[in-house]
Ligand binder design. Structure first.
Ligand SMILES: [Zn+2]
Length: 235
């Protein structure tokens, strides 16, 4: 089965989600509202696994009370995300981001839940934080971080995800070339528009074919390994 390990399902219309039924999708959330929406969607679409979260970009607008409300719902969800740090697009709120990210790491560790991490320009920082909380199941989504961190990520049993944008983003391409297949997941980050590329779960099929070409393997083999990786990530 094809896997989209990071998708903003709450931003798609129901008619669109109907087209994604054959794909296993992690529905990440950005705040309380989107967490609730993803939970509702998962009751209609069993292929959607709801994750709750507070996106680092949303944080200046999220009050502590809302964070509490999100965390109170944790038992109803399959995992936590999108959470993390971003020094590239929202450097100003970094202290607040660190505080909230640590909180989510603590919850993930305590409840043994998988964590879907956004770590733009903060790859090593996020890695150090998740390991300090002994979070067991971690995905660094759309990984464009340092190549020399890949081994450490793999040695913790953590994963990175490859986005369809790999075909037009050289630093992501380098990551795909260097990463062993057993640490790779596929994702769309849909419905994000990246340099004119309309990202959505339907792009995963072509992505798997592309990964297969780079890794000199068959698409069937890549699909199988990614699904196995996903099962371990989701625990
Ligand atoms: Zn995202």
């Amino acid at each position: 089965m094809l896997v989209d390990s990071h998708c903003h399902t709450y931003s798609f219309r129901i008619e669109e989600l109907e087209n994604f039924k054959d794909i296993l999708i992690v529905g990440v959330s950005e705040d309380y509202q989107s967490s609730i929406r993803n939970l509702e969607l998962s009751t209609v679409f069993p292929n959607i696994l709801p994750f709750l979260g507070a996106h680092p970009w949303s944080l200046p607008n999220i009050k502590d009370k809302e964070i509490e409300m999100i965390i109170e719902l944790v038992e109803k969800f399959k995992g936590i995300g999108e959470v993390g740090l971003d020094k590239k697009y929202s450097r100003k709120s970094i202290d607040e981001q660190v505080k909230i990210f640590r909180l989510f790491c603590e919850v993930a560790s305590e409840k043994n839940l998988p964590l879907n991490v956004h770590a733009l320009d903060t790859w090593r920082e996020c890695f150090n934080i998740v390991t300090s909380y002994s979070v067991k199941h971690v995905l660094f989504h759309w990984y464009t971080g340092p190549i020399d961190l890949l081994n450490e990520i793999a040695s913790q049993g953590y994963y990175i995800s490859i986005n369809p944008a790999v075909v037009i983003q050289p630093k992501h391409m380098k990551v795909l070339e260097k990463a062993e297949l057993d640490m790779v997941l596929t994702e769309s980050d849909g419905p994000y528009l990246y340099r004119g590329m309309n990202l959505n779960p339907l792009k995963i099929r072509r992505l798997v074919e592309y990964i297969a070409k780079v890794k000199d393997a068959s698409p069937e083999y890549v699909e199988e390994v990614v699904e196995e990786n996903f099962k371990k990530f989701i625990c």
